[in-house]
Design a protein around this ligand. Structure first.
Ligand SMILES: O[C@H]1[C@H](O)[C@@H](O)[C@H](O)[C@@H](O)[C@H]1O
Length: 653
């Protein structure tokens, strides 16, 4: 396969500026020689040695000690050349889509605390308003694949930011719950499109050595959006009246900023070449590659598109062609599998229910719980930053594997925390008579745990210092889960000092174990399992299948997101909290085996070469990943691609 061949080819065109001489290496079927080259010649080779150069009688090559310096200088020079600031501008404006993803999914939990009081929302309406956005995203992400193919990445990002802005305006001015629902659906449409387009756009515009980092910045923006949302939630929770309008409406600002930016930012050069808009593509490539020669990159994209068209063969819808062509079918399984395991390892139960988990650790004040939930989102954000730093250093595969094993262990710790808490669940000491004489199941519970897990009941208790005095299990108020239906926990004035209503937690002295598990979970998940599924999906499909592949994978992500977050409370009801977290931990373990067997390393490879990694049987990727020990690194030399193999340092001679 010609792309494979290209893996081992390189040229040294502009090394001459650093070496004072132009050298070229020739691979003559195993025998290597180093000869003085005409000024702009470029010939490929697999490696050369100083001995070989001497044997060839070439003018004296730089000594091996200076080789290291040259290599370092060359690397520095290449990276300076290769990274014009424009790529960063482009990545940051695109990643505003990630910010809005995080903000809009995160802000609703705090807004809901105010909304449910002001609009008197039933539990069903609360659930509908929260999940409608994710459901709309699950629908629009696959649709985004089609739109991307037809209209390009830029138009899709413009469309997504338009939806975000309009949705934000509708939400902040909503007169009632029906309009709120419409606003949440509009925002969801933007979310789905942005979540699949932005990583693709950034990946297609980035130089290979920065691609992982720049695409991961998008997830950094997602977690940054979630963190900002928790700060805004905390700040506006003091504004009891209309505070939610500001919370939901503030997203208009980044949306408008992104829209304005993308009026001026260019289309992806790869998409332009695919559509035959070659002159425009050349212009964009020159713009984003700064002072480099773009000829080789342009030719390589063009050739691979032609080759891909031959390879993928056949007509029919792209998804059909992807499924019938083994390398793309395997890539699709890997991409969707990673997104599925990301969600199955429970990130969004932790993100959406962190306030509840914190309440379990003894934080009883709503507002304090909102602020502390900000710590969870901050941890997620900070550790995603670690992922941005690690992705080009350790590679995607190792990062994902390390992260998922940590996720699995910390989920087990969380589960153990819940288990120990459940085993030491405080007893129900007092069984008051229902004033209406209604037959409530709540009165039959003898300890807090099953009472708390029953959605119809809550635990009402008095505390003196850390000692529990009287406690009872009573029905919840149907209109608001914040109070009991009757008795001393039925309204705030009756709840004298030291009397608490625990609807979804039990007082426990083992909360530190849960908190430790929570922090370790985020520290393990955020650098790898959070960003890598998005990053890897943006790189593993050939151009003709890229938008469809990403659309499917993003659709899988949103579908499992809604599945896991909506079922969490029901799951806890049937198999308890610790059962739920043991289940997520088992999912993470399965995810580990899947990743170990099926995910090849894509680090530093050009997008056009990655398809070749999926030519082997599925789930032999790990074993056949020949680059594991070889560490190939691409350095672009004024538009040419140059491989530095760490095991063959003399390549630079
Ligand atoms: O990668 C992101 C990120 O980790 C978020 O924190 C999470 O809420 C999303 O669902 C996930 O897709």
């Amino acid at each position: 396969m010609s792309r494979r061949q290209a893996d081992h080819d390189y040229n040294l065109r502009s090394m001459s500026n650093l070496m004072g001489e132009r050298w070229k290496k020739v691979n003559d079927g195993g025998e290597r020689s180093l000869i003085k080259a005409p000024s702009n010649a470029s010939i490929s080779s697999q490696g050369a040695s100083a001995g070989a150069s001497a044997a060839a009688g070439a003018p004296s090559a730089p000594s091996s000690s200076s080789t290291g310096d040259l290599e370092r200088a060359a690397r520095k020079q290449f990276q300076q050349d290769v990274t014009p600031g424009f790529v960063y501008v482009l990545a940051i404006f695109s990643a505003l889509g990630g910010f809005l993803f995080g903000y809009d999914t995160g802000v609703i939990s705090g807004a809901m605390l105010l909304l449910k009081r002001e609009l008197d929302l039933s539990a069903l309406w609360q659930e509908v308003l929260i999940s409608s956005t994710v459901a709309a995203a699950a629908f629009s992400a696959p649709l985004g694949g089609f739109l991307n193919g037809v209209f390009g990445r830029r138009v899709c990002i413009l469309l997504a930011s338009f939806f975000f802005a309009v949705g934000g305006i509708v939400l902040s001015s909503a007169p009632g719950k029906e309009v709120l629902l419409a606003g949440r659906l509009i925002v969801g449409l933007g979310l789905g499109i942005a979540s699949m387009t932005v990583p693709v756009y950034i990946a297609e515009a980035s130089p290979p050595h920065l691609r992982g980092q720049l695409v991961t910045v998008n997830t950094l923006f997602i977690t940054g959006g979630q963190f900002t949302a928790s700060l805004i939630d905390g700040a506006f929770s003091y504004l009891r009246h209309d505070g939610w309008r500001y919370m939901l409406g503030l997203s208009v600002l980044p949306a408008v900023l992104q829209f304005m930016g993308f009026l001026f930012l260019p289309e992806s050069p790869r998409w332009l070449i695919q559509r035959g808009l070659t002159q425009k593509a050349r212009r964009v490539l020159s713009q984003i590659r700064g002072n480099q020669n773009i000829d080789e990159e342009y030719d390589s994209i063009k050739n691979s598109i032609e080759e891909e068209e031959k390879d993928s063969g056949g007509d029919g819808p792209v998804i059909w062609r992807m499924l019938t062509y083994p390398p793309t079918r395997r890539a699709l399984v890997v991409g969707c599998g990673l997104q599925m395991f990301q969600q199955l390892s429970g990130i969004n139960t932790v993100m959406y229910y962190s306030a509840t988990i914190l309440q379990m650790s003894g934080v009883r004040d709503d507002r304090l719980a909102i602020w502390l939930a900000g710590l969870t989102t901050l941890t997620n954000f900070l550790f995603t930053l670690l992922g941005v730093w690690l992705v080009e250093r350790v590679g995607r595969r190792k990062l994902t594997l390390g992260s998922i094993i940590g996720t699995c262990l910390s989920l087990s710790l969380l589960a153990i925390g819940f288990l120990v808490s459940a085993q030491h669940s405080p007893p129900v000491t007092y069984h008051p008579l229902d004033p209406a004489m209604a037959n409530s199941t709540c009165s039959k519970y003898q300890v807090c745990e099953p009472c708390m897990l029953d959605p119809g009941c809550g635990f009402c208790y008095r505390e003196n210092g850390s000692a529990l005095l009287t406690s009872s299990c009573v029905p919840v108020n149907k209109a608001s889960t914040e109070h009991a239906a009757w008795g001393r926990c039925s309204n705030s004035t009756l709840m004298r000092d030291q009397t608490y209503w625990a609807y979804n937690y039990c007082p426990t002295s083992f909360s530190w174990l849960v908190l430790l598990g929570l922090v370790l979970y985020l520290a393990a998940f955020a650098p790898g399992m959070g960003p890598m599924p998005w990053t890897i999906n943006s790189e593993i499909y050939p151009l003709w299948a890229r938008s469809t592949g990403n659309a499917c994978a993003a659709g899988v992500n949103w579908t499992f997101n809604i599945l896991v977050s909506l079922t969490f409370l029901h799951l806890a009801q049937y198999i308890t909290y610790y059962g739920a977290f043991f289940l997520y931990s088992t999912m993470a373990l399965l995810g580990f085996f899947f990743t170990y067997g099926c995910l090849p390393e894509t680090k530093s490879r050009r997008l056009e070469e990655i398809e070749a990694l999926f030519e082997n049987h599925l789930c032999s990727c790990g074993a056949s990943d020949s680059d594991e020990g070889r560490q190939v690194e691409y350095i672009r030399v004024k538009g040419s691609n140059y491989h530095l193999s760490d095991n063959d340092a003399s390549d630079v001679d």
